[in-house]
Design a protein around this ligand. Structure first.
Ligand code: PNS
Length: 161
């Protein structure tokens, strides 16, 4: 069984992330979407909210699972017997840090990182920019799945923006 992990913060998932997950699901038998529990970084959505959203938007992909993890990504991979991590690369600016992480993960965990080029229609997208546009009253419906646009609206209204 060929399995891969697609890790990230997904706060929240964008159409760019979903494109990488969907393309991975066509290439591999199973895709584990791994959501980082990061208590040091403040997030808009809790890990459980992010998982619920990810499960909703990947429900049509029978071979995609969503799990949370803390600590090292390589430990999460080892516990599940997965040796391949798939990451989306948007631009050269992503490359330096991603390469460093890939090389560290290969060294400490014997995990290979495969980079998938982001579709050009999503290359400018990031969770933080989507949050900023939404917070400032912009329309994000082209950039995120409908459930995310809805949750962003609710969360920003709750927090008084
Ligand atoms: O969506 P993000 O925030 O760019 O995802 C980054 C993520 C979660 C893939 C990365 O921070 C990660 O793997 N964190 C787990 C901790 C870890 O393994 N650190 C060592 C990296 S070499």
């Amino acid at each position: 069984m060929r399995r891969v992990v697609c890790p990230g913060s997904f706060d929240p998932i964008t159409n760019g992330h979903l494109d990488i997950i969907a393309r991975s699901a066509r290439l591999y038998d199973e895709v584990v979407v791994a959501v980082l529990i990061n208590i040091e970084k403040s997030s808009l959505f809790t890990v459980d909210e992010r998982i619920e959203i990810l499960e909703a938007v990947t429900k049509d992909y029978a071979n995609v699972k969503v799990r949370k993890f803390h600590g090292l990504l390589v430990d999460f991979c080892r516990e599940r017997g997965v040796r391949i991590v798939v990451k989306g690369l948007r631009a050269v600016s992503d490359f330096e840090y991603e390469l460093q992480m890939a090389q560290m993960n290969a060294r400490i965990g014997d995990v290979e990182t495969l980079f998938m080029s982001t579709s050009p229609v999503y290359s400018f997208l990031s969770s933080s920019l989507v949050k900023e546009v939404a917070r400032l009253g912009g329309d994000v419906t082209d950039f995120v799945p409908p459930i995310v646009a809805e949750r962003l609206r609710e969360r920003l209204i709750e927090s008084g923006r």
